[in-house]
Design a protein around this ligand. Structure first.
Ligand SMILES: Nc1ncnc2c1ncn2[C@@H]1O[C@H](COP(=O)(O)OP(=O)(O)OP(=O)(O)O)[C@@H](O)[C@H]1O
Length: 321
């Protein structure tokens, strides 16, 4: 049986990564506080949280680079340290700047393959997979950030792993690079691999992931599909502008709608439909100058969800909710 069908067969069985009650304390400071979540085969999971939420610490524990204070992580059903051929189970990109600048891309990957006792033939395969064949004999020092990301991903793929973990993979990628990454990761997931990508930006995660694990201050805030997150947290409001805002505001409030002042003298009406707001205005005899249905962006929903857990955050000006 080839690895693709093996991995596909794994989909739906045991989770590719299982994080159970994970805790990490540095001295008297606990930065990961009882995290439990799963990363499934066949999906791209976004691991999302504001700066300092504990993402990198968690990834390091998944990869056996840091020891949990409590709890455990299982990769393919076992702790990382008990995997006999770890690079065949999980590949990771934690720091795209890790390659020696004086080495060529190919030599860098040959070193990684050698250290991991992986076949040399994989080097040319992964270079082709990430589209770096033509740059294989160039020194890494001259690479753009996007090329370094591709090289880092190539390194993570050397063992043809079931699980791919990428820390902030979008850093340095231009829109074309992001598009490439989306298709690339989707392709891996479609072939039954589990992909976990960390980020502190919802917009870029939404482009790449079909599942979301959101953390804030070391705690789990959500473990949902992208579609569920959008359905639960995307909020709809109506922006309406009139030359009699006071009167319209009172009329809307009488109907039980929550109204707050918006930009440029407009009113923001929460949990409302534009047609309903238009009818109330007509009934009140107030001229409507602008009437727009506004959907909250996923980024706004994410920021609201993590508002209490931003380490060095300030309160946004004009907060209306
Ligand atoms: N070796 C360490 N010793 C002490 N504190 C640490 C150590 N490593 C991380 N921390 C702290 O743990 C917290 C979580 O850090 P971590 O790097 O895991 O967050 P993150 O979510 O990856 O953030 P970012 O998006 O900024 O990379 C931070 O407050 C950080 O200062």
């Amino acid at each position: 049986m080839n690895r693709d069908s093996e991995a596909a067969r794994g989909a739906g069985d045991a989770p590719a990564v299982e994080v159970r009650g994970l805790v990490k304390a540095y001295g008297d400071r606990t930065v990961v506080k009882g995290l439990t979540f799963r990363v499934r085969a066949g999906s791209v999971t976004g691991f999302l949280g504001p700066n300092g939420a504990g993402k990198s610490t968690t990834l390091r524990m998944i990869l056996g680079l840091d020891r949990p204070t409590a709890g455990e992580v299982l990769v393919a059903g076992r702790p990382y340290g008990r995997l006999t051929e770890p690079l065949r189970h999980v590949g990771a990109l934690l720091d795209a700047g890790a390659a020696h600048p004086g080495r060529t891309a190919r030599d860098h990957l040959l070193c990684v393959a050698h250290a991991g006792r992986l076949p040399r033939a994989r080097v040319d395969e992964v270079l082709a997979q990430v589209g770096l064949e033509s740059a294989a004999r160039r020194r890494v020092g001259g690479f753009s950030l996007g090329m370094r990301q591709r090289l880092g991903i190539a390194g993570a793929l050397l063992g043809d792993p079931e699980v791919l973990i990428l820390d902030e993979p979008v850093n340095g990628l231009d829109p074309e690079g992001i598009r490439w990454l989306r298709h690339f990761l989707r392709g891996l997931a479609d072939r039954g691999r589990a992909v976990l990508i960390s980020s502190h930006l919802m917009t870029e995660t939404a482009l790449l992931a079909d599942r979301l694990v959101v953390i804030g201050r070391g705690r789990l805030l959500a473990d949902v599909s992208m579609a569920e997150f959008a359905a639960e947290h995307g909020r709809s409001r109506v922006r309406v502008r009139t030359d009699e805002p006071e009167r319209l505001s009172q009329a809307l409030a009488r109907k039980g709608l929550r109204v707050v002042p918006g930009d440029g003298g407009a009113l923001e009406v929460y949990a409302a439909e534009a047609a309903g707001v238009g009818r109330i205005a007509a009934h009140e005899g107030v001229a409507v100058l602008e009437l727009v249905q506004v959907e909250d962006s996923l980024e706004e929903a994410f920021m609201r969800m993590t508002a209490d857990s931003v380490e060095y955050g300030g309160r946004p000006l004009g907060e209306v909710v």
